[in-house]
Unconditional design. Structure first.
Length: 110
């Protein structure tokens, strides 16, 4: 249950962060002030959502980075139709493995 809630919070936060950045990007490229403000609100919402879990900050963001990176690469690939090179997938794998060490490491090393 705890891990399902954490995954939901992380995915929601990552979507808000990626979307907020995309909206700000649009605003800076001729979208206007309201678009920029909408992006800023989304980024603020990300900051609130990601901190709902109450985890230690380093643990929280260490694990969140993997979820964010995964969502960012997938959005780039499917929403923006970018070609994602094999090196990006390899790097993403390293990031996800690092998050697993952060999440599960304390269980094995005491």
């Amino acid at each position: 249950m705890r891990s399902a809630l954490a995954l939901f919070v992380f995915v929601t936060a990552a979507v808000l962060e990626v979307a907020g950045d995309a909206v700000i990007r649009r605003g800076l490229r001729g979208g206007g002030l309201l678009i920029l403000l909408a992006g800023a609100v989304m980024l603020a919402a990300y900051g609130i959502v990601v901190n709902l879990l109450g985890w230690d900050f380093s643990h929280l963001l260490g694990v969140y980075v993997a979820v964010f990176a995964t969502v960012a690469v997938l959005v780039g690939r499917f929403a923006f139709r970018e070609t994602v090179p094999a090196t990006t997938w390899a790097g993403l794998t390293v990031i996800v493995l690092g998050a697993l060490v952060i999440q599960l490491g304390p269980t094995f090393v005491k």
